[in-house]
Design a binder for this molecule. Structure first.
Ligand code: ZN
Ligand code: ZN
Length: 149
């Protein structure tokens, strides 16, 4: 799924800054770089990828510990998805892309994105049937990809 966001990075960043200042947090240059890498990447990135990409693209050092702290923060304020592909390394993507779910290959750790209206609808119904207010869901199908089985 190619990430064609409906907003520019500038708009996204402006909204983000507004959002965190309302929550009482301050922005930092490091956060900006991490967001930028996530925004312009089509991949699900590990903390290490993010740190390496910032170095590569902008020649700036943002250490892994800072990236970890920051993605944890982003997760807490609900602007990123974290994905566990079974190798104990979390991968991240911004939540502003169209909602989608994932197939994860447990052998090569490839990630395939998909979205299915029926599945989405079904989940809403299940929540409703259980008198449950649906806020969010994660659906990951684990298995072996075409190359691995
Ligand atoms: Zn595979
Ligand atoms: Zn994804």
């Amino acid at each position: 799924m190619n990430k064609k966001y409906s907003m520019s990075y500038e708009t996204f960043l402006k909204n983000f800054k507004l959002h965190i200042s309302k929550l009482g947090f301050k922005n930092s240059i490091q956060k900006d770089y991490i967001l930028k890498i996530l925004f312009f990447s089509d991949e699900h990135l590990t903390a290490e990828d993010i740190s390496n990409n910032i170095k590569k693209e902008y020649n700036i050092d943002v250490g892994i510990a800072t990236v970890y702290r920051t993605v944890k923060f982003f997760d807490e304020i609900n602007i990123i998805n974290s994905l566990d592909v079974g190798d104990n390394v979390k991968r991240y993507e911004l939540k502003i892309s169209e909602h989608h779910d994932h197939l994860v290959c447990t052998s090569c750790h490839k990630i395939i994105e998909f979205s299915d209206d029926l599945i989405e609808e079904k989940q809403k119904n299940i929540a409703k049937d259980n008198n449950f207010e649906l806020k969010n869901h994660t659906m990951i199908i684990y298995g072996l990809c075409e190359d691995c089985h």
